[in-house]
Design a protein around this ligand. Structure first.
Ligand code: SF4
Length: 387
């Protein structure tokens, strides 16, 4: 039996089920220079030597997926990680060209690459641009030394500023900056300074994430050992308020719980596909795919460890699940209410939606349900109510 026809470990939706075509492609690059203390992503340090084999494996998986699943013209391609900017320029270039040669990437597709300021240089930016990248998501996370040290980020403010300026000067028209708040020892003043320094760079998009202590991370252990204090809840809310005030005053609108865009279409089209429960194919170690036929939905994910992924490609699936129409609709509702635009109210959730409305978390606008400011801030309560 060839690998192509090998049995899969779970039921997957093949063509006869009338799947909606994939128009969004995520490609996971799991390599990092160093594992940051707060990180629970599928990311590994010290495996750089696997990169050429990994790109080979990605190509095998992508060819297999293209043959097996319905793909239409791709509206978005997203290279996330990990640290995609760690790929040497020739490998990044090869991968980007491979995707363009084997998939129908729309001329106006959003092609995003996540970059760490420390691994962003002129040669790489040139290769990304030449390969069609038109959006950079820069993992700045912070500007103050102490917060960066707590997060165990090995970048600094000077590198972030330099990387942003370099990308902009070389012609990247759409740049997003990620920041983290609620970091131990981060005061309201240092957070405000961080926000203002980021805004001063002039990004087109900003993501502001509240630090969470994920089990299994170094930071989680440090907190458990009493070596790192947890930030007070009141301060977290003040920091979120400060972000709302500063970003809105600077012309950004909050279009999702943690995401802000300048006017003029700088919302992340790729992430909007997730929030709208659109089909997204995820390639690479640990990547998740989501497919739907309009009623049922299927989610599956790949083997997480890069070496095992390489060995298993082109069929690196680890496991998956089928969502019945009720569960798929609940997820869609939960995700749709992460966005300021909200969604059309689905049938069968009247009790939950009325309760959320009474709690001031959602409201009805022109036949849609949208989260209030409180609903965006307390989205976890919405999620608990509908899932
Ligand atoms: S650079 Fe990003 S993905 Fe890599 S370890 Fe740090 S937080 Fe995780």
């Amino acid at each position: 039996m060839t690998a192509l026809h090998a049995p899969l470990p779970h039921r997957l939706p093949w063509g006869e089920r009338g799947l909606q075509a994939f128009r969004h492609l995520y490609v996971h690059i799991p390599f990092c220079k160093h594992k940051c203390g707060y990180c629970d992503f599928n990311a590994y340090a010290g495996m750089d030597r696997l990169m050429p084999d990994y790109v080979d494996a990605l190509e095998r998986e992508l060819i297999f997926a293209r043959e097996r699943y319905p793909f239409q013209q791709l509206e978005t391609v997203y290279l996330g990680g990990g640290t995609p900017s760690l790929l040497p320029a020739p490998l990044a270039s090869r991968l980007l060209h491979f995707i363009r040669a084997n998939f129908n990437v729309a001329p106006d597709a959003e092609v995003t690459l996540e970059a760490n300021p420390a691994s962003t240089d002129e040669t790489k930016v040139a290769a990304w641009l030449e390969g069609g990248v038109n959006r950079l998501s820069l993992g700045v996370q912070g500007f103050d030394r102490r917060a960066l040290a707590v997060l165990e980020r090995r970048t600094d403010a000077a590198q972030a500023t330099h990387a942003f300026g370099l990308a902009r000067d070389m012609g990247v028209a759409n740049i997003s900056v990620d920041l983290i708040y609620a970091v131990p020892y981060q005061s309201l003043t240092t957070w405000l300074d961080t926000l203002r320094r980021a805004i001063a760079l002039g990004p087109d998009h900003m993501s502001t994430y509240c630090l969470s202590f994920e089990e299994g991370t170094l930071l989680y252990r440090r907190r458990a050992e009493g070596k790192v204090p947890e930030i007070e809840t009141d301060l977290q809310w003040d920091q979120l308020d400060a972000a709302c005030v500063e970003l809105e005053a600077s012309g950004y609108h909050r279009y999702e719980v943690s995401n802000w865009a300048r006017g003029g279409g700088f919302e992340s089209r790729h992430n909007q596909a997730y929030w709208r429960c659109g089909p997204v194919y995820g390639a690479g170690a640990g990547a998740h795919s989501y497919a739907t036929d309009g009623a049922n939905a299927w989610r599956w994910w790949n083997i997480a460890r890069p070496r095992d992924y390489i060995a298993a490609a082109p069929v690196p699936k680890a496991d998956g699940e089928e969502l019945d129409p009720r569960k798929a609709a609940a997820e869609s509702l939960m995700l749709g209410l992460r966005t300021a635009e909200g969604m059309t109210a689905p049938a069968g959730f009247d009790v939950e939606l009325n309760r959320l409305r009474r709690q001031g978390l959602i409201r009805r606008v022109d036949g849609r349900i949208v989260p209030t400011r409180r609903g965006l801030d307390l989205h976890n309560q919405i999620a608990l109510a509908v899932l």
